[in-house]
Design a protein. Structure first.
Length: 270
């Protein structure tokens, strides 16, 4: 028997401002949206790129997040390769080669409700060459369907066309496909013809007055000079939590998807 399910997805959490926002407001989010499951993308959580053991332990102790998704920056802090298998709730993109460490999918169960979650990395304009996300998705769906037909995908990709195409390819086979990576929330949320909830990008959690969460001065310099310069997380300005809330019906189809964009005008101690 299937149950109705509410899923809260939190868009890419960027550095210390993003972390602090979630730590301060997590309980409010639970109260406001009453989700059965909470999923968050955390590949930018440590200094804006990557994940560390210390920060992973910190977020686990402060927030009751059910699944953590990642993307192309998951290995930017080299130490995480050693620790990734210690965290069963952390997913790496399922289309990384098989020998790469990390969990490819997870089945979460709470209060008699089940949800299968996995993560994919795009190939277009990503400077990476993982396995085909379209083909890998099919094989993971097959594995998850032995346990549940409620299936959520975080598709971490640059090209809107690639995200769009995957949504049409898997419409009706999964409950939801949420795009991440660009940190710019798109306005195309919809329930597709065969019942899959979709949005091209869920947005980000961090400083809104920035270039995708990073200091705009550095971004401008990079574009003007074409010289290599490391992005730095922006620490001041209007803060935002972006994401989506998705409702699934008892047939594992999406009933509704809504964008979340909550501004915090008051500067908190970040």
């Amino acid at each position: 028997m299937h149950h109705k399910i509410r899923i809260l997805f939190i868009g890419d959490i960027i550095g210390r401002p993003g972390r602090r926002l979630i730590y301060h407001h997590f309980d409010e989010l639970l109260e406001k949206f009453t989700p059965d499951f909470v999923i968050a993308n955390i590949e930018n959580i440590a200094g804006g790129m990557g994940i560390t053991k210390k920060i992973m332990d910190e977020i686990e102790s402060k927030c009751n997040i059910d699944v953590y998704t990642t993307g192309n920056h998951v290995w930017d802090k080299k130490e995480f390769e050693k620790y990734v298998n210690h965290y069963e709730k952390v997913l790496i993109p399922a289309n990384y080669p098989e020998f790469v460490p990390g969990n490819r999918y997870i089945i979460v169960e709470k209060n008699g409700k089940k949800l299968g979650v996995f993560n994919l990395l795009g190939r277009a304009l990503m400077g990476a060459n993982p396995d085909c996300p379209f083909r890998v998705a099919k094989s993971i769906i097959e594995k998850i369907k032995k346990h549940t037909s409620n299936i959520f995908i975080d598709f971490h990709a640059e090209a809107t066309s690639e995200k769009n195409a995957l949504a049409f390819y898997l419409d009706g086979e999964v409950s939801a496909i949420v795009g991440t990576h660009t940190h710019i929330q798109t306005a195309d949320e919809r329930v597709m013809d065969k019942g899959t909830a979709y949005i091209t990008d869920a947005g980000m959690t961090g400083v809104f007055d920035s270039v995708i969460g990073y200091d705009e001065k550095i971004a401008i310099k990079k574009f003007l000079t074409q010289m290599p310069k490391k992005y730095e997380v922006k620490n001041r300005g209007t803060l935002v939590i972006q994401g989506v809330i998705i409702e699934l019906n008892s047939e594992c189809r999406a009933k509704k998807i809504e964008r979340i964009k909550i501004f915090y005008w008051q500067f908190i101690n970040i």
